[in-house]
Design a protein around this ligand. Structure first.
Ligand code: SF4
Length: 312
C-alpha cells in the first residue's frame, strides 16, 4: 500500500472540512492515552526528529490542492503527536506561503514547555491542545505520558504558550466515565482553564473504541452538566446525535461495510483494505456504529469492527 501523508478532507465537528496532514509514523507519541482511538502507542518518545521528511508531505499536499480540493482547514495531526516532527515549523511556514487555507495544529500539548516547539507552531491559525487531567495522578492514569513529562511541566507549557500565541487556542478536555468526569473534576479543570485562558473549550468523550476497554464514554446528560460548570467558552463536541455527514462518505461508508461483511477487521485492516488513512476511516465509522450497522468486539488487546446483525 502506498504510504499517504495527506488524507481527506474529512468532516470535523471542530474544523469543518479538514484536510489532514500526518507528520509522524503510526504510532509515535509522547503519550499512550487510555482512550486513544488509534490503539496503544508503539513508540513513546520525546525525541524530536524529521520522522517523515516534510518535502514529501508538502509535495503530496500541493498535488491535492492543485486538483482543486478545498477545505476549511489544513490540519496538522495524524498517527501520533505532530510536534515530535522537528520540521513542523518549516512545514507550516511553507503551507502558509502556498495557500490561504488556514492551518490548524492538533497537539496533545505535552511539548509546549519547549520554546523550540512553541516557536515552530506560532504561524498556525489555530492550535488545539489537550488537557485531560487536573493533577499528576490523573495525568498518569489517563495520558500515560513519557516519564520525562510531568503534569506541572505540561500545564505550565500550555499557560506560557497561550500568552505568546496570537492565533486561536481551542482546548480539548476528554472525559471518561468513572475516571475524570465528576463535578469535583469539572471544578478542578475550571481552575486550570482560567489560567490557560483558551478561546474555546471542547468537551469530548470516548464515543469510538478506545485503546483500553475501561475508558468508557460519559452519558450526554453528564457531558452537559460537566460542560456547564466549565462556563460559557465550553461546548460538547462528542458526536452523540449530530452525525457528521459528508458528500464523500457514502462510498467510503459502503466500502467499510462491504469489507466488514466479509470478515471482522481492525482499523489497520480497513485502512489497508481501502487504501485510506486511519483517521479518515474513523470518520466514516461513526455513523455506521451509531446506526447499528457495525459493532466492535475485543480480541486480546485488539479491537475488531464487525458488520451488525442486519447484514444480508
Ligand atoms: S490520543 Fe493523541 S496524544 Fe493520546 S496517545 Fe493517541 S495520538 Fe497520542
Amino acid at each position: 500500500m502506498t504510504k499517504h501523508f495527506v488524507y481527506g478532507p474529512v468532516p470535523s465537528r471542530r474544523l469543518g472540512r479538514s484536510l489532514g496532514v500526518d507528520l509522524v509514523p503510526y504510532k509515535v507519541c509522547s503519550y499512550d492515552c487510555i482512550y486513544c482511538q488509534l490503539g496503544r502507542t508503539k513508540e513513546k518518545t520525546i525525541d524530536r526528529k524529521p520522522y517523515i521528511p516534510v518535502r514529501k508531505i508538502l509535495d503530496e499536499l500541493y498535488q491535492k490542492l492543485e486538483k482543486g480540493i478545498t477545505a476549511d482547514y489544513i490540519t496538522v495531526a495524524g498517527s501520533g503527536e505532530p510536534t515530535l516532527n522537528s520540521e513542523i515549523g518549516t512545514l507550516i511556514h511553507d503551507i502558509k506561503k502556498h495557500t490561504v487555507i488556514p492551518v490548524a495544529v492538533l497537539t496533545n500539548g505535552s511539548l509546549l514547555a519547549d520554546n523550540h516547539v512553541c516557536e515552530s507552531i506560532m504561524e498556525a491559525d489555530a492550535v488545539l491542545p489537550s488537557l485531560d487531567a487536573h493533577d499528576q495522578a490523573g495525568f498518569e492514569t489517563i495520558n500515560r505520558p513519557h516519564p520525562e513529562i510531568s503534569f506541572e511541566t505540561m500545564v505550565e507549557g500550555l499557560i506560557s504558550f497561550r500568552k505568546e500565541y496570537a492565533g486561536e487556542t481551542w482546548l480539548e478536555v476528554f472525559i471518561l466515565d468513572g475516571i475524570n468526569a465528576t463535578e469535583y473534576d469539572a471544578m478542578q479543570f475550571k481552575d486550570w482553564i482560567e489560567k490557560v485562558t483558551p478561546d474555546k473549550v471542547h468537551i469530548n468523550t470516548a464515543v469510538r473504541p478506545s485503546a483500553e476497554t475501561y475508558a468508557r464514554q460519559v452519558s450526554p446528560e453528564n457531558m452537559t452538566r460537566f460542560c456547564k460548570i466549565l462556563g460559557e467558552k465550553a461546548e460538547v463536541i462528542a458526536p452523540f446525535k449530530d452525525l457528521e455527514k459528508h458528500e464523500e462518505n457514502i462510498d467510503v461508508g459502503q466500502g467499510v461495510l462491504n469489507l466488514l461483511r466479509r470478515r471482522p477487521c481492525t482499523l489497520d485492516d480497513i485502512s489497508s483494505g481501502l487504501s485510506l488513512h486511519r483517521n479518515e476511516i474513523l470518520k466514516y465509522i461513526d455513523p455506521l456504529i451509531k446506526n447499528h450497522k457495525i459493532g466492535t468486539v475485543k480480541k486480546g488487546t485488539m479491537v475488531y469492527y464487525q458488520a451488525g446483525p442486519d447484514k444480508p
